[in-house]
Design a protein around this ligand. Sequence first.
Ligand code: GCU
Length: 423
Amino acid sequence: MKYLFSTIIYLSVVQIVFSQKKYNPNYDESKVPQFNITNPLVTFDGEKINSTAEWYQIRRPELYTFFEESVYGKIPEKIDELNFETIEQSEYAINNKASRKQVKITISKNNKSISYTVLIYLPKGKTKAPIFLSTNFRGNHTINADPNIILTDAWVPNTKELGITDHKAQESSRGTRTHRWPVEKIIDGGFGLATIYYGEIDPDKNDFTDGIHNLFYREGQKKPKPNEWGSITAWAFALSKTLDYFETDPAIDEKRTIVFGHSRLGKTSLWAGASDDRFAGVISNDSGCGGATLSKRKFGETIAIINNAFPHWFSDTFNKYIENESALPVDQHELLALIAPRPLYVASAQDDKWADPKGEFLSAHYASAVYNLFEKEGVSSTKMPIVNEPIQNTVAYHIRTGKHDVTDFDWEQYIKWAKKYIE
Ligand code: GCU
């Protein structure tokens, strides 16, 4: 028995060392492989796209289908029912500058259902304000110390510094992420803010029995089919269903909803924006691999690393490109291009090499060809801007000082840009 245990421990250590060795990230620019940037305006068959009509009719659908079937995975079927219930509301929130509403959204399919809560703050004295909508990492109650935000009862990751040891949200975690969510600044800027906890839609772990995927299974099925949705699509889908709710609420300007996300949730906001053109604008904050950054540069996190660490985020079909990026008929700039002509903001942080800031920048640049087709200004230069000096056109980009995070600087830029471009 003792021998068996030490063998298992030994093999696990070997496996960890082996996988780390095998998938070591590269941080050396001179080791970035030679690769071709696929042209978003040339079809898979080599036909040139000359007009916005051709883009919509020919190129956009084939690109979208590729990302849907081979990267994020598609939603198997339509849902049966969608219900909304306002469970809390007040006219006095955020120093009396905002109203607050908490709405339970229930998605039903095959006599099963799943619910999540959207927390909404709207600036007072403004009818129909534009609104930022985002998923959050640790529960709605972590974004602000507001004692009225309902604590999530969904699975949350154990986090020592938040006092969470049994996967249950605690009072002690209330307001612990306020630095990422300057609600008052957003309200003062004339915008609303809405957020949902991603774990209420699909807990962020490699288990497909505990989230929304489960509603769609046939008898005996335990996980989605290889070309079907991973967690990112599930989270993005919930953002779209939240937009369905916005359409029913006269206080919200659903036509000026900007979908925002950080990191894995930045990947999610990009996919949500590409999948649902009702989103008026899209912001990707430090989204990195599988988000804004070019996969073929293989700088920082790679397809191999991400699929190894988070096998549930993407469809299984994406595994085909592990250590095989050159076989990809697309790159992530074409995901960004799917958002055109709607405003798009890609942001990086200088110390966030894991997410490859240069790859994020170049991706915004190469996506701009499609924006130009719509006579919208993108990121025209191939030279990265100076740190903390944003380029703000319909496609915007900045790299700020500091680490992988969301800061006041980031929000100040988003607010400024959104005021100009989200009309
Ligand atoms: C990990 C992962 C990234 C992701 C990040 C996050 O670092 O490798 O791809 O963006 O988590 O979501 O915070």
